[in-house]
Design a protein around this ligand. Structure first.
Ligand code: ATP
Length: 604
C-alpha cells in the first residue's frame, strides 16, 4: 500500500490527534473568555458526534439528540450537586450519570421506533416530538432531590463547575484548564467511537444504512443493531449534556428547544455527514463565526451566518471534511482499476465442490422447503392462492409463469417479506410461517432477490465477509470462506474493488457468492440470470445444478431456455395457483401452458 494511501486510511486518527495537541497548546495561551466560549463549541461538537453516529453511520436522522443531551444534563447535574461536595471531583459523578440517563432514554425511544418498524420520516418526527414533550414537561416540572432543586422554567442552578481534584475543598478549574479537560474528554469519546465504527459492529451498521433489507437477508437482526447504535449515541449525547451543565452551572428547559434541536444537524452537515470528526469542525466553524461576527457585524450575525451556511451547503455538499476527503481521493491510486480489464466470470467447479462440502460440515445436511395451502392476499389481489409445494435437495426446482403470476410473491412469502394469511411453511422440521426474515436465514435459508443487492460502498471482499460473519461469528473463518468464494467466482483480483464499480453481471455473481457465504441449506433465487451474458448464463446453470446436489434450490425464472438447461422440476404458476408441473420439454409442448404465456383464451 502506498504511503499516501496509508496516511489517508489513518487520517481520522492522525489529524484529530494533531488538532487535540494544538488545542491543548492553545489552551495555555488563550484569552480566558475565548477559552470559556470555545469550551461550549467542543461540547456542541460532541453532541454533533452523537447525531453523526446515528445519522451519518446508522442512516436515521434523529431530532431526539437534544432530548438525551438535556436529560443527561439534568440527571448528571442532580447527581453532581449531591455527591460532588463529598468527593470534590464533579466529572466522575456527572459524566457517567449523564451518559447512563441518555442511554436509557435512547433505549426507550429507540425500542418504540425500531421495534415498531416505523418509516424514516415517522421515526424522525417521533424523535422530535419526544424532544418537544420534554421541553413542555420541564417548563412546569418542579422537584427537590437532595440538594438539587429543579424549578420548572426557572431551571436548575447551583450546578458545580468542572472540578478535577479529589478533595471536598477542590476548586473549579479556570476557563483555560476547563477547555483542555473538555478537549481531552471529547477526544477520548471520539477515538472510542471511531474504533467502534471500524469494528465488526460498525461494518454491520454501515450495511444497514446502505440496504437494511439485504442486511436482514444476511441473518442480522437489524432492529437490535439499530437500537444498540442509538443507545450508544444517546450515551454520548447524555455525557455531552452533563459536560454542558458543569460548564454553564445552570440548566433550564430551553435546552430542549427547537433551535437547539435543529442546530445539531447543521453542525453535522457543515462538517461532513458520517465523518465523525466533521461535527466538531462544524460546531467550531459556526461557533467561531457567530462569536466573531457578533462583535464585528453590528447585529447582522444571523444574516451573514445564514448566507455562509447556504454557500457551504451549495458548494460543499459533503461538508468541509467530506469535500477535503473527495479531493484527496482524486490523487490516490484508483482502487477500482482492476474492474476495467476484467473478463467474464468463470466458475471453478472444483472449488465450488469444496465450498459446498465445507458448508455441509458447518451447517449440517440440506433441508427441505415445504408449503401447504399457502395463501397471501393484497386487497382483491391473491398472488399466492393455496399453493402446496415440496422442494427437496437433489435437483433444481424452477417456478415459471407469465407476468403477475405470483412467482415473486410466493418466494417472498417463503422468505418472510410477506406473511401469509393462511397455510404453513416448513424449513426442514421447523415451521417458519410467521418467523422473522433473519431467523429464517439463521435456520438455513439463503435468498437472492431479482435485482443484485450488494453493498456498493463496501469492497467485494467485505460484502462476502459480512455474509460469512453472520453465520460463523468468527473473523478468521469468515475471511477464509470469503476468499474461497472469490476464487470460485474467479473474482480474486477484484477483492478490494468497491462493489458499486462492478458491472451488473458481476454484481449478480457477487450477490450469488454472498448467498453461498451463508452456507444455506435451502437456496431461493429470483431471476438470477437477469443481466447476464450467454456465457455467464451457462456458468450459472452449472453452478445451480451443482448446488442442487447439496442443497434445496428453487429458482424463479422467465428465460425458458435457461430453465431447460437446469434439467430440474418445473412448476407453472398462473393467477397465484399451481397451473401445471413436470419437466420443461413436456410443459413447452403443453397447449394449456402456451395459452397462458401467449394470453390465448383456449384453456385459461
Ligand atoms: N406488495 C404488494 N402489494 C400489492 N400487490 C402486490 C404486492 N406484491 C405483488 N402484488 C401483486 O401480486 C400479483 C403477482 O405479482 P408477482 O410480482 O408475485 O408476480 P410475478 O409472477 O413475480 O411477476 P413478474 O414475472 O412480472 O415479476 C401482481 O398483480 C402484483 O401487482
Amino acid at each position: 500500500m502506498s504511503f499516501s494511501k496509508k496516511i489517508h486510511q489513518s487520517s481520522g486518527l492522525i489529524f484529530p490527534a494533531v488538532a487535540v495537541i494544538m488545542a491543548l497548546a492553545l489552551s495555555t495561551i488563550m484569552d480566558p473568555y475565548l477559552a470559556f466560549i470555545a469550551t461550549s463549541w467542543v461540547i456542541f461538537g460532541l453532541l454533533g458526534l452523537s447525531l453523526d453516529i446515528v445519522w451519518g453511520r446508522g442512516g436515521f436522522l434523529s431530532l431526539g439528540q437534544t432530548a438525551f443531551y438535556g436529560l443527561g444534563g439534568y440527571f448528571g447535574s442532580v447527581v453532581a450537586i449531591n455527591l460532588a461536595p463529598i468527593t470534590g471531583n464533579s466529572l466522575i459523578w456527572a459524566l457517567p450519570a449523564g451518559a447512563i440517563f441518555g442511554a436509557i432514554a435512547a433505549g426507550l425511544l429507540g425500542y418504540i421506533i425500531f421495534y415498531a418498524r416505523m418509516g424514516a420520516l415517522q421515526s424522525t418526527i417521533l424523535s422530535y416530538t419526544f424532544t418537544l414533550l420534554l421541553w413542555s414537561v420541564t417548563q412546569s416540572f418542579k422537584m427537590n432531590i437532595g440538594e438539587a432543586s429543579i424549578s420548572g422554567d426557572s431551571g436548575l442552578s447551583n450546578i458545580p463547575g468542572i472540578i478535577l481534584g479529589f478533595d471536598p475543598q477542590a476548586q473549579t478549574l479556570n476557563p483555560n484548564t476547563s477547555f483542555a479537560v473538555v478537549v481531552i474528554i471529547s477526544a477520548i469519546i471520539y477515538f472510542i467511537t471511531r474504533w467502534l465504527m471500524r469494528s465488526h459492529f460498525g461494518r454491520i451498521i454501515d450495511c444497514i444504512r446502505i440496504d437494511h433489507e439485504k442486511t436482514e437477508l444476511l441473518g442480522y437482526d437489524v432492529r437490535k443493531f439499530k437500537l444498540a447504535n442509538f443507545v450508544f449515541s444517546g450515551a454520548v449525547a447524555g455525557l455531552a449534556g452533563a459536560l454542558f451543565a458543569l460548564w454553564s452551572n445552570f440548566l433550564n428547559p430551553s435546552i430542549f428547544s427547537v433551535q437547539e434541536a435543529l442546530l445539531i444537524p447543521i453542525y453535522v452537515l457543515v462538517g461532513g455527514l458520517g465523518t465523525l470528526a466533521g461535527p466538531f469542525v462544524g460546531a467550531l466553524v459556526i461557533g467561531a463565526l457567530s462569536f466573531f461576527l457578533g462583535t464585528e457585524a453590528g447585529g447582522q450575525t444571523t444574516l451573514i451566518l445564514g448566507i455562509i451556511l447556504i454557500i457551504l451547503v451549495l458548494f460543499f455538499k459533503n461538508g468541509l471534511l467530506g469535500t477535503l476527503n473527495a479531493l484527496w481521493q482524486k490523487y490516490l491510486p484508483d482502487p477500482n482499476e482492476a474492474t476495467r480489464n476484467s473478463g467474464a466470470v468463470q466458475i471453478d467447479a472444483n472449488v465450488l465442490q469444496h465450498i459446498l462440502k465445507d458448508a455441509e460440515k458447518q451447517a449440517g445436511p440440506a433441508k427441505s422447503l415445504v408449503s401447504t395451502s399457502l395463501f397471501k392476499q393484497f386487497g382483491g389481489i391473491i398472488p399466492v392462492n393455496k399453493v402446496s409445494r415440496n422442494f427437496q435437495p437433489g435437483q433444481p426446482y424452477s417456478l415459471i409463469g407469465p407476468n403477475g403470476a405470483g412467482k415473486s410473491s410466493f418466494l417472498k412469502t417463503c422468505i418472510g417479506m410477506y406473511l401469509p394469511e393462511e397455510g404453513h411453511i416448513y424449513l426442514g422440521d421447523v415451521e417458519i410461517s410467521q418467523m422473522r426474515i433473519f431467523d429464517r436465514v439463521k435456520n438455513g435459508m439463503g435468498v437472492k432477490n431479482q435485482k443484485p443487492q450488494v453493498f456498493g460502498e463496501l469492497t467485494v471482499i467485505n460484502n462476502l465477509w459480512t455474509a460469512a460473519f453472520s453465520q460463523t461469528r468468527s473473523n478468521a473463518k469468515a475471511l477464509e470462506i470469503s476468499h474461497k468464494i472469490l476464487t470460485m467466482l474467479g473474482l480474486s483480483a477484484h477483492a478490494n474493488v468497491q462493489a458499486s464499480a462492478l458491472s451488473h453481471g458481476q454484481q449478480q455473481w457477487l450477490d450469488i457468492g454472498v448467498v453461498l457465504c451463508l452456507a444455506p441449506r435451502v437456496v431461493l433465487l429470483d431471476e438470477p440470470a437477469a443481466g447476464m451474458t450467454n456465457e455467464e448464463t451457462r456458468e450459472l446453470s452449472l453452478l445451480i445444478r451443482t448446488l442442487a446436489r447439496h442443497t434445496t434450490v428453487v429458482v424463479v425464472e422467465h428465460d425458458m431456455e435457461f430453465v431447460r438447461t437446469l434439467e430440474g422440476h418445473v412448476t407453472v404458476l398462473h393467477q397465484g395457483e399451481v397451473f401445471a408441473e413436470g419437466d420443461i420439454q413436456t410443459l413447452r409442448a403443453d397447449d394449456r401452458v402456451l395459452d397462458i404465456y401467449l394470453g390465448r383464451r383456449n384453456h385459461v
